[in-house]
Design a protein around this ligand. Structure first.
Ligand code: IPE
Ligand code: IPE
Ligand code: MG
Length: 249
């Protein structure tokens, strides 16, 4: 049986201009659960299927970099029971998906302040990064315990230390030097940002890297997000005119 996304995927590939890097704010798990009178962690659990969908859809479409916002620095302020459930889900995700990701040549990177993770969650993500290090089809960056302001502050501190120690002159603090000290070092900036659940804000996500990304906001709640929604977002992207501050030609 043919998949309903097949025709659209063919159309996208014929059009050309598949975004190399897609970043996603995976939002709406709590509301998905609430609508079903379920506890919030049930929404996070359901959201795991959507992670699988977007990774597989990204591979099908030929996306090279996928960066998913899974847990923000500010999310540490949620109730301990919800945080604990999320950390267990992270461990489950690693256990269930590691082999599939490796065999699909997906390389996983984890971006964020990993020192705050529980020892078990930390060990799981370290193992996932090691197991998938050779992947070269898709780089999947999972932002966990991630905050863009903290990321920028950390980069500034590293550069300041280099200057204080005489290893760098102040005029050598360039945009390239900053970018090389972000968690995303070596990854091109996102072309497309998708946010689910209809919220029109960045919530401290990739403030530097999203400078010229196209935004696609969908009302779909994250657990309901499928590869078809990803393909629709790519079609929306392909209709945009990116000007980067210049005049249209
Ligand atoms: C996104 O869903 C997942 C995380 C932030 C961890 P939410 O948990 O924010 O869901 P809503 O926004 O409350 O519906
Ligand atoms: C952003 O969603 C963080 C993640 C999706 C992981 P939030 O639900 O935490 O953001 P706000 O609170 O609505 O801005
Ligand atoms: Mg939310």
């Amino acid at each position: 049986m043919s998949d309903p996304g097949d025709d659209l995927l063919t159309e996208l590939k014929l059009h050309g201009g598949i975004p190399a890097h897609i970043a996603v704010i995976m939002d709406g798990n709590g509301r998905w659960a609430q609508a079903r009178a379920l506890p919030r962690p049930a929404g996070h659990q359901a959201g795991m299927a959507a992670v699988r969908e977007i990774v597989e859809g990204g591979l099908q479409a030929g996306v090279r970099y996928l960066t998913l916002f899974a847990f923000s620095q500010e999310n540490w302020q949620r109730p301990p029971s919800e945080i604990e459930a999320l950390m267990h889900l992270l461990e489950d995700y690693v256990e269930r998906e590691s082999e599939e990701l490796r065999s699909n040549s997906v390389q996983v990177r984890i971006l964020g302040d990993l020192d705050r993770l529980s020892p078990a969650a930390r060990a799981a993500v370290d193992g996932l990064m090691a197991a998938t290090a050779a992947g070269d089809h898709l780089t999947l960056s999972l932002c966990i315990s991630y905050g863009a302001r903290a990321e920028l502050t950390r980069a500034a501190r590293q550069l300041a230390t280099e200057v204080a120690e005489g290893r760098r002159r102040p005029e050598e603090i360039t945009e390239e030097a900053m970018a090389a000290r972000l968690y995303t070092a070596g990854i091109p900036d996102p072309d497309l940002l998708i946010r689910t659940s209809g919220e029109l804000r960045l919530s401290n996500f990739l403030l530097w890297q999203l400078a010229y990304a196209e935004f696609h906001v969908t009302p779909v709640l994250w657990p309901d997000f499928t590869r078809q929604h990803l393909f629709e977002a790519i079609r929306d992207f392909q209709r945009r005119e990116r000007r980067f501050g210049r005049v249209a030609v």
